[in-house]
Design a protein. Sequence first.
Length: 101
Amino acid sequence: MSATLINLIIQLIAGAIGGNAAGAAMKNIDLGTLGNTIAGAIGGAGGGTLLTALLPILQGAAGNVDIGTVVGQAVGGGVAGAIVTAIIGLIKNMMAGQTAK
């Protein structure tokens, strides 16, 4: 497998975990398990890809995957997944006429 594909898989999984963690931590933005997972995975992939573009060291050296790269991708994907889930949850609440608490 190429390093790019491995990075994407790590970002998707970490984003899904981050999305579910954000939904569990803040009940007012919870989208349900499936919604949190999808929003988190999309955020993880997008945010992780952006982070990799901004910090090329996270791409790995010559296609090799090391622990630093894996941790960087996981943290970036998880945080981005949590942020996207929170944003989508807030937008959903505002469209439903609810206020975020």
